[in-house]
Design a protein around this ligand. Structure first.
Ligand code: BTN
Length: 249
């Protein structure tokens, strides 16, 4: 993917600006970046706290694949963020549908917004700041780094790296290109395989809170060929879940 980067000191939401640009026919790869957001948006109409120091960016994508598959891009984005964390020598895991976790804490957020001929991939990564998120344990790349340093596990070359939101964005662009191209060319299978390798909670009990408010309880079996969560809720009972928040006991 060829990126065309537009950086702003402050925006309400990089996703909102990217949506406007995409409607004006901006090319795939246009990436809107803000140093802070005055009204960052999270999933399910939540606010995404957006202080200076973290990464806020939204990329316009115009996938060649069938529109019904576009939701799979949340897994593409999650794997891209994971690859960024690899670059910074951090351990990470993935939680359905699109959380990236370091030692169980949320380090990033992904907000996909789709219209008829484009989709916006909005990504926030906590780089230097750890914003408070109601009901969630949160961390940042810096906090994880510091923890590693305290355990003397960090290799010297990693310590010497400059850690800032721009550095993280450059790494993200590189990895998003890799995972997005893989998905465009080969579809969901390699993405699903890579995601399952990193998934937390496989074969464990979990609760899912659905958008309707209903709670589904069972054992996580995995994700299907579309990325839908599969839960065993009883003997021979399989529930498929397309949207919800997952909690482990
Ligand atoms: C979540 O709730 O986990 C998703 C949060 C997504 C936040 C990012 S920051 C960049 C982009 N602009 C926004 O307003 N939201 C996304």
């Amino acid at each position: 993917m060829i990126f065309s980067v537009q950086i702003f000191d402050e925006l309400e939401s990089t996703n909102t600006t990217a949506l406007e640009r995409a409607r004006e026919n901006a090319d795939e790869g246009t990436i809107i970046v803000a140093k802070r957001q005055s009204f960052g948006r999270g999933r399910n109409n939540r606010v995404w706290s957006s202080p200076v120091g973290n990464l806020y960016c939204s990329t316009i994508l115009r996938p060649q694949r069938d529109q019904q598959e576009w939701g799979q891009l949340s897994f593409v984005c999650a794997l891209s963020i994971g690859s960024v964390l690899d670059d910074f020598s951090l351990e990470w895991k993935l939680k359905w549908p699109n959380d990236v976790l370091c030692r169980g804490a949320k380090v990033s957020g992904i907000l996909l917004e789709k219209e008829s001929n484009f989709i916006i991939a909005g990504i926030g990564i906590n780089v230097l700041q750890v914003p408070h998120v109601e009901g969630r344990i949160v961390t940042s790349i810096w906090q994880e780094y510091t923890a590693l340093q305290q355990q003397s596990l960090l290799i010297a070359s990693a310590v010497e790296r400059i850690l800032d939101a721009d550095q993280v964005r450059l790494a993200l662009q590189k990895h998003l290109t890799y995972w997005y191209d893989l998905w465009q060319e080969q579809g969901f299978q390699p993405i699903r395989d890579a995601w399952l390798q990193k998934a937390v909670g496989l074969n464990n009990r979990l609760k899912v809170s659905l958008p309707s408010g209903k709670i589904v309880e069972g054992v996580m079996l995995g994700i299907d060929a579309q990325g839908v969560l599969e839960i065993k809720t009883g003997d021979d009972m399989l529930e498929k879940i397309t949207a919800g928040d997952v909690f482990f006991d």
